[in-house]
Design a protein. Structure first.
Length: 562
């Protein structure tokens, strides 16, 4: 990289320099900043800390270590916070609608603070699901030197010799409702599953995004995977403070990093690790912010050519800390690069190319988490895009293990997630059914609630291998089974999912990438003529604003001016 000849405080000097800026300096001195501090480049520390849930609980301590790194490298850090919604806590409630909406609020708020204060650079601390893409979207908009450090995964819990994650608690609820687990057994799982700070331990959405942010180049390679309570996490935070100052000196910005090749690298990492379907929404949204052409069909094409190498929950056996101990995402990526599945010349925040970063990968002897490239778990990755008469714009499923590739069954139609969950709890879903949950899309929900409560309850009730589910809402990264999410167009705008009736035959055909409703076209035309758009569920506030401006899930469910 070539050092810039521009002043390192070229942005912040409009706030801090000159006689006319005396009032601003006076206010900053009131909280302890000195003239020397204000003469240096100002680095924003965007923190998503909260004490509501474990995922982001420890980020205050990490922020102090980042700030120490910035100061040691010649900058002045200024920390601020944004919002975070815990998917695991809000799952199955009206509050879950806030989760995806919070991604936009996070991006907006980080952008506002950074622009308002003319920061020269930015370090973003993320944890729970939507904080990862939210801060990435803000970096793309701002295009100032900046990076992301993920707070890390929690350690797995332990119960009766078995490693647990929060996924096991949700599935235990299903087992409890079906009489397979008593009250004491449920409480035993509940008490053991989440032992401390950090995000959920499987390759769910948070860990999926954290790993792929290293592959796309916005996070330093190897640092996101360090578990939350590992002492080395603090060292990683200090390193990030130094790295952002190097980025500033070299004028290395997100626009240099976020290329089409970088997005393909990130998607390949999702496919190779059996990652969350939410990555489709988030990378479509990030690509839009970065001005990089990317469509929903690209995910299927990239996944189809990428082998599944990492044996991770929810489809596999191991957790994110296990992957880190085995050699981390760097080991997975090194094998993909050697197999010709990555673009090694893509730039990263360290100023080194991806290939240069992967050269130092080390495999722990005897590890079983990451398979050799020549002997993958599956020849193709976990993400599959289906289209058809039920999903003209597409929908997303995850085929990360040995799931069924075909299913034909009668539709069981529910207008909300709550109705579907009650039906599962009451034992009203039968083997072979197709559960249809609609009016939970970006506009209809609004906010595309995740359906982990329903999907885990189906698993816990012993129906996971014989029932299929489709929805215009989302799934948690912990979801497993034949489940199609993000069905688009959504029901609220009159998509075909709105026309499904109880008992209609629905066909999943994964090899042909089809999701179809077996109803004659003349009958569908009659139903379409009779259909009326429902009233919005919210008429004021942030939910109403989101519903009025959000795009289709097939475009990333981002908000745009209308």
């Amino acid at each position: 990289m070539t050092p810039t000849d521009q002043p390192l405080n070229r942005l912040s000097r409009v706030i801090t320099q000159g006689a006319h800026r005396a009032p601003a300096r006076a206010m900053l001195k009131a909280i302890g900043f000195t003239d020397e501090d204000l003469a240096k480049p100002i680095i924003g520390i965007a923190n998503t800390w909260t004490e509501i849930g474990p995922c982001n609980y420890h980020l205050r301590e990490l922020a102090e270590r980042v700030k120490a790194g910035v100061r040691a490298a010649g900058g002045t850090p200024m920390e601020f916070c944004t919002v975070s919604i815990s998917d695991g806590i809000t799952m199955g409630t009206e509050g879950m609608k806030a989760s995806l909406i919070s991604r936009e609020v996070i991006a907006d708020s980080v952008e506002l603070v950074a622009r308002g204060n003319a920061f020269d650079g930015l370090v973003c601390l993320s944890g729970c699901d939507k904080t990862n893409p939210g801060v990435a979207m803000a970096l793309a908009r701002l295009d100032i030197p900046g990076l992301i450090l993920y707070g890390g995964s929690t350690a797995p819990g332990e119960c009766d010799g078995k490693d647990l994650t929060v996924q096991d608690v949700f599935e235990a609820v299903g087992a409890h409702s079906s009489g397979k687990l008593d009250d004491a057994g449920l409480k035993k799982v509940e008490d053991a599953a989440c032992p401390g700070a950090g995000a959920c331990g499987g390759q769910f959405t948070a860990n999926t995004m954290a790993a792929s942010l290293e592959l796309i180049g916005l996070s330093p390679m190897g640092l996101n995977g360090i578990p939350a309570e590992d002492p080395r996490k603090g060292e990683a935070a200090e390193a990030c403070g130094r790295i952002v100052m190097d980025m500033l000196r070299n004028d290395l910005r997100p626009s240099t990093i976020l290329t089409r090749e970088a997005f393909e690298n990130a998607i390949a990492s999702v496919a190779a690790t059996g990652g969350s379907t939410n990555a489709v929404l988030h990378y479509l949204a990030l690509a839009r912010e970065a001005g990089v052409p990317l469509t929903i069909d690209d995910f299927d094409a990239i996944s189809a050519r990428t082998p599944l190498l990492a044996d991770l929950k929810p489809g596999g056996r191991f957790t994110a800390p296990d992957l880190h101990a085995a050699g981390g995402i760097r080991l997975v990526a090194q094998r993909l690069l050697a197999g010709g599945k990555l673009h090694g010349a893509a730039m990263t925040v360290t100023g080194r190319t991806l290939a240069e970063e992967l050269a130092s990968a080390q495999e722990t002897p005897g590890q079983q988490v990451v398979r050799p490239f020549a002997n993958p778990i599956k020849a193709s990755g976990g993400l599959v895009i289906l289209k058809g008469s039920l999903a003209p714009e597409g929908c997303v499923i995850k085929v990360a293990g040995h799931e069924r590739l075909h299913h034909t069954g009668p539709a069981r139609v529910f207008e909300t997630e709550d109705e579907a969950f009650a039906a599962v709890q009451a034992g009203r879903i039968d083997h072979g059914d197709v559960v249809v949950i609609r009016y939970e899309g970006p506009r209809g929900g609004p906010g595309m609630r995740e359906m982990l409560g329903v999907t885990a309850a189906l698993m816990g009730a012993g129906l996971g291998e014989t029932v299929a589910l489709l929805t215009d809402g989302r799934f948690s990264g912990a979801t497993r089974g034949l489940m199609a999410g993000h069905v688009a167009p959504e029901a609220f705008v009159g998509g075909p999912i709105a026309l499904v009736r109880e008992g209609d035959t629905v066909v999943f055909d994964v090899p042909t990438r089809r999701l179809d409703l077996k109803v004659p076209e003349d009958e569908l035309a009659k139903r379409r003529a009779e259909w009326k758009a429902p009233a919005p569920r919210y008429r004021t506030g942030v939910f109403a604003k989101y519903a009025a401006t959000v795009t289709s899930a097939s475009e990333g469910a981002i908000t745009v001016a209308r």
